[in-house]
Design a protein around this ligand. Sequence first.
Ligand SMILES: [Fe+2]
Length: 386
Amino acid sequence: MIAAITMPRLLYIGGGAVAEVTTALARLGATRPLIVTDRFMESSGILAKVTDRLAAAGIPWQVFADTVPDPTSAVVEAGVAVLRAGTYDCLVAVGGGSPIDTAKAISVLAANGGHMRDYKVPNEIPRQGLPLIAIPTTAGTGSEVTRFTVITDSERDEKMLIMGLACCPAAAIVDYELTLTMPWRLTADTGLDSLTHAIEAYVSRRASPFTDGVARSAMGLIARHIRAACAEPDNRSAREAMMLGATQAGMAFSNASVCLVHGMSRPIGAFFHVPHGLSNAMLLPEITAFSAPAALVRYADCARAMGIAAEGEGNQAAVARLLDELRALNQDLKVPTPKAYGIDERRYQELLPVMASQALASGSPGNNPRVPSADEIIDLYKRVYA
Ligand SMILES: [Fe+2]
């Protein structure tokens, strides 16, 4: 088997790495960046850690700070208008998954024209756009190293997956110090998202020895440090481990794909505006229980990588520990059920067929060890509602 691996050309990883933004620009031969970020990055002073460096190096920049959580095609179009109004030669994204995903989409749309939905999977992206330097401020989406972006179609309320080399950042600056101020809930949600990436990449039908290695490492780092990173925001070694784990999980799932959890999570996010990591976590234990019989050894390996099953322990016992730990994590990190989150039961029931068909259309369920029918997906949605 030949595995095709996509990754940024340049990675800076470590505390204080944000200072390397000017080096990264120079190495990419770029001199006129448009920064894509959000209002919180501006007001919290995190953006200044980037712009202070640019100012010191005499590099001019402009800021597009209108990105929103669950980025929409309307915001991407506004960003493209700003990009076209100037003479930029690269994009720098500063923030969580949303600004990074928005910057990717701006690059794609500016280079290719048309509408964002024209590039939704399985469609190809014909032209590469401006290079992107991604600077994540959460340990979560892994978007800084992936070839995906997820954009909500403003007119249809659909979370679209857009995929290709054109979506992969040219460079990523992974600096855990930027996450030290992340609030508890965000640390939990983004950490659970990256754990889901690592597990799904490992059990995916498209996994390879390369992705297995980074996925196992990511699972070990995240499972061992997520509770400490939440409970002690200043715990630098926990933050560092979570950041490295999130980036490795990003490398794993970018090249092995995600599976049923992400496939079913996107419609919950699109219709009920549940944060991405949280909707994943709502689904993860139940979907693991559904899928595990089809790939017992792989799921048992996950338990071992997470440090919750002994090396010599049998597969069945290890998978039982995995299910226990995923449920315990949801309890400890206060992940509500969709019902407890406040999702209206009637609306949820009504939307089940649409959610199931959107989940299937994303292609992610096809990578799952056990590929579900639409009816099985509906049944799983019902089971997690509670
Ligand atoms: Fe995710």
